[in-house]
Design a protein around this ligand. Sequence first.
Ligand SMILES: *Cc1c(COP(=O)(O)O)cnc(C)c1O
Length: 226
Amino acid sequence: MPLKDDFSIDPADYERAGGFIAIANPNAPTGMALTRDQVEKIVASNPDSVVLIDEAYVDFGAESCVPLVEKYENLLVVMTFSKSRGLAGARLGFAIAQPGLIADLEKIKYSTNPYSVNRMTLAAGIASLARDDYNADNCRRVIATREASVKRLREMGFEVLPSQANFVFARKPGTDGGFLYRELKKRSVLVRHFDNPRIADFLRITIGTDEEMDVLFLKLREILES
Ligand SMILES: *Cc1c(COP(=O)(O)O)cnc(C)c1O
């Protein structure tokens, strides 16, 4: 489903769409999110379809759809420990849905590889859940650095999409995104660039520490001034 001109999802595109519906919310690489009410309309209008909402980035400021699970048996919300819980590499995620959908997922799991999560990863996941305060602090830090970075990018003439994720998607009108990507890489700063024509102007910049963002801005200024 193509995004609208402003790179937002049009929920109307998904209403009564049928088939299997999967939406990353917040979306990638835009960072833009649908509200829970918008998702609810999609879920409610597709009672015969499984609607999967991928909330990999939800802890960085968007509304989770988990509260809708009690109401809709066709809603499957999935999350990961790789982002807001800082456990990328542990390969741990989870799904939240009504018992019927979960039973179907388990049937598939037990007919392929039941040992999908190892014990050390499980222990790390349980320890992480016990320290939600630590994870929430980290998310708050990322959000504060993101908002400061958006402001700095805009001051430098970048157009920045409204992100509710741990990255921002930005372009500088009149400057080639691939050029910026290559020049930053020469200076040991890695951002993402996509060749797809519609987004070739954009950089997806992951939010790091304040110090890392300072390096990014220093290098960006150097490139744009030369
Ligand atoms: C990171 C990510 C995931 C899950 O990543 P894993 O490391 O495989 O758990 C899922 N969806 C999106 C959109 C992501 O960015």
